[in-house]
Ligand binder design. Structure first.
Ligand code: AMP
Length: 416
């Protein structure tokens, strides 16, 4: 198989790494990629939001499968453009990706499918906003309807802050606060059959003990020793399958990666949000544990053949990923600094590896920081405690001026 991956973060590095380990993958390409992905795939320049440009590249490379990583190209219809050329593409259509692209659409689908989620109002005027905030009370949950690159959601006890965020959005979803631990559960689907992956948990806040501002995610782990062993089966039955069925019924089948962000509340599981693609950094730990070759699975989903796909195989062990972020992330991050220690991890850590997020090679060929989240340092182990220890040992070898990372990823779960 000849595979092209679209994107250039640690999620795409994790995807490329797993694809490169699949014996059925003959050649692997990534556009635009990053300095780490360049070690496992051939890089190409492309405007990832331009469907025709991506389809042209896929044709030129003779790709059998295109995997679209990030949400923005999916919402822009890039998967449709690739499929229109007769090339298998893993990723939902632009219409189905609205499940992530519009929070109001997602709420509508969930209501029609009977999927448990927070009660909510869609508001477009300040009066509607005030009524909704008043109806739910604090803590207030205010979500920009559209894609906002992780900056669209404000959860606050401060009524003025909630009001200000709501009124800065054109259309906003205001909803009930969900209390309880969060779980990310991914499912691969061809629009009909749903194949859940193993659950993971990520860490959204910038600093230890869940302090500091929200980020794209500072680390993740899998499995979740504290979770009910029936969780995956329950979410498949009450959330994933009904959602996939509802989108097919509407004539806009969802084929690709359906990501359910869940809250485990005292009243049961509730959907916080859907995403239309692999989550970052959870993908790093989920794929670290997947034993089934990835390309075959994604191709079967893209080609509508999941019903015949054999059950997935998983390692019994655990995986932990720790994000190393630039100075000042999630504000305006400092970039362009050299990263040291990458060779040491590769040489000395048998069970840890560094996935690149915001990196690039500079004129002298050195790897330098090029974004807010710079690296996802990932390790496996027999259990979370061992995976965690190995991940932090590897993090300790990395040098990047001003960088920061959380020191408590998977700490509590490892003690469970
Ligand atoms: P999202 O961008 O939708 O993932 O939201 C970002 C974060 O906001 C989530 O990971 C949750 O921690 C939090 N959040 C979103 N919706 C709710 C809710 N209804 N209740 C409590 N927290 C929420």
């Amino acid at each position: 198989m000849n595979v092209l991956v679209i994107g250039g973060g640690a999620r795409e590095h994790a995807l490329c790494r797993a694809l490169s380990l699949d014996p059925d993958v003959e050649s692997l390409h990534c556009a635009p990629g990053n300095a780490g992905i360049a070690e496992v795939a051939e890089l190409h320049a492309v405007d990832a939001l331009d469907g025709a440009a991506v389809a042209d590249l896929a044709e030129r490379l003779g790709a059998d499968l295109v995997v679209v990583g990030p949400e923005a190209p999916l919402v822009a219809g890039v998967a449709d453009a690739v499929r229109a050329r007769g090339i298998d593409c893993f990723g939902p259509s632009g219409q189905a990706a609205a499940l992530e692209g519009s929070k109001a659409f997602a709420k509508d689908v969930m209501a029609a499918a009977g999927v448990p989620t927070a009660r909510s109002y869609v508001c477009t005027t300040p009066a509607e906003v005030d009524d909704a905030l008043d109806a739910f009370g604090a803590p207030y949950v205010v979500k920009d309807d559209g894609l906002a690159a992780g900056k669209g959601v404000v959860v606050t006890d401060d009524l003025e802050a909630a009001r200000a965020h709501a009124n800065s959005c054109e259309r906003v979803v205001i909803e009930e606060y969900l209390d309880g631990p969060e779980v990310s559960l991914f499912a691969v689907t061809d629009g009909e059959t749903v194949v859940p992956l193993q659950p993971a948990q990520d860490f959204k806040r910038a600093h230890d003990a869940d302090e500091g501002p929200n980020t794209g995610g500072m680390g993740a782990y899998s499995p979740l020793p504290w979770a009910d062993p029936r969780l995956v089966e329950e979410v498949e039955r009450t959330v994933l399958q009904p959602t996939v069925d509802e989108l097919r019924r509407r004539g806009t089948p969802f084929a690709g990666l359906l990501y359910a962000g869940l809250a485990i509340t005292s009243r049961g599981v509730r959907v916080i949000e859907f995403n239309a693609r692999f989550g970052d950094p959870e993908t790093q730990v989920v794929l670290a544990r997947l034993r089934t070759p990835l390309a075959g699975l994604l191709r079967a989903a893209a080609a509508g053949r999941l019903a015949d796909f054999p059950p997935l195989r998983w390692s019994d062990g655990a995986a932990v990923t720790v994000v190393v972020a630039s100075e000042n992330y999630p504000g305006t991050p400092r970039t362009g600094d050299p990263i040291t220690g990458l060779d040491e991890v590769a040489e000395q850590d048998e069970h840890a590896y560094v996935l690149h997020a915001g990196t690039k090679a500079d004129a002298e060929g050195r790897v330098v920081s090029a974004g807010g989240r710079v690296l996802s340092v990932t390790a496996t182990g027999a259990d979370l405690a061992e995976a965690r220890e190995r991940a932090y040992l590897a993090v300790g070898r990395i040098g990047l001026k001003g960088s920061h990372h959380r020191s408590d990823i998977a700490e509590k779960a490892a003690q469970a």
